[in-house]
Design a protein around this ligand. Structure first.
Ligand SMILES: Cc1cc2nc3c(=O)[nH]c(=O)nc-3n(C[C@H](O)[C@H](O)[C@H](O)COP(=O)(O)O)c2cc1C
Length: 256
């Protein structure tokens, strides 16, 4: 089992790394799990130019010549991915944000249908709650099933009331490692009602765009625009859930 840990801190051996290592140690107690750490700091991942060529013409035509495609290949090869970042001024780190932006085209053309977890650390806990939602949403639009996300406060003073107690951290890490491992053993994630709603809503929007549009062809090529497509792949769910997802997506479309 291969896990890829994408590290968003410029401090390679900092708090976020230490937390991730704890998850690794716990997972290795469960099975023969292979970990690979990618430090965004070391990667040649240039700043997004905002040209939108990846959206309009395809990511292969991105004018930036760097390691983006190599990183995408690594994500494809992993069974599960851990995304990590310190909290920087109510947000993820600049390194992590640039990584998310450089993979912006995946929001339009999802492809990573696998399980993931998010780990963050903060100095005093301010803003960590704010970053989880957009962080997790970005990954979900890429196809990931985010099974767990949590932040620990590591303000340097172990006796500070603000620091997450070691016992609590260890308990959470153990639980997360077990849950993540279990999800990876179970294989491709089953679709929840909400993820089907999201798919159906996106499908409706894509169907309405110009068929010349790059995303339209991607969706069509995958068979996702077919009337009977409820999800990117067989959602392995019952007819009631499928019907509910269709109703909800219609309702959202109507309200919006
Ligand atoms: C530029 C910068 C901004 C930060 N902003 C916040 C913040 O908004 N809230 C917070 O609780 N901690 C903040 N911190 C503290 C870090 O999130 C915290 O120390 C984190 O554990 C560092 O992780 P690392 O050791 O993996 O780099 C900030 C630190 C830096 C350097």
């Amino acid at each position: 089992m291969k896990i890829l840990a994408i590290m968003g801190s410029p401090r390679k051996k900092g708090n976020t790394y230490q937390l991730t290592r704890k998850v690794e140690e716990n997972m290795k107690q469960l099975d023969d799990v292979e970990f690979e750490y990618i430090f965004l700091k070391d990667l040649n991942l240039k700043t997004c130019l905002g040209c939108q060529v990846c959206f309009d013409k395809g990511e292969d035509l991105c004018p930036l010549d760097d390691d983006r495609a190599i990183l995408e290949e690594k994500i494809h090869k992993a069974d599960g991915v851990i995304f990590t970042s310190p909290t920087y001024v109510f947000n993820v780190s600049g390194l992590m944000k640039n990584f998310i932006d450089r993979f912006g085209y995946v929001c339009h053309r999802p492809r990573f249908f696998k399980n993931a977890i998010i780990l963050t650390t903060s100095g005093v806990g301010t803003g960590s709650d704010l970053i989880m939602k957009p962080f997790s949403l970005a990954l979900q639009t890429w196809g990931f099933n985010v099974i767990e996300s949590f932040d620990i406060i590591k303000n340097g003073d172990p006796n500070s009331k603000l620091t997450t107690p070691v016992k609590k951290v260890n308990k959470k890490v153990k639980k997360t490692a077990k849950k993540f491992y279990g999800s990876l053993r179970a294989g491709r994630p089953k679709a929840s009602i909400m993820s089907m709603v999201f798919f159906l809503f996106a499908k409706k929007n894509i169907k309405e765009v110009n068929p010349e549009f790059y995303d339209y062809n991607y969706w069509k090529g995958h068979g996702w625009l077919e009337n009977n497509a409820d999800y990117y792949y067989d959602p392995e769910t019952n007819l009631v859930n499928k019907g509910l997802a269709r109703l909800l997506s219609k309702f959202i479309g109507f309200v919006m």
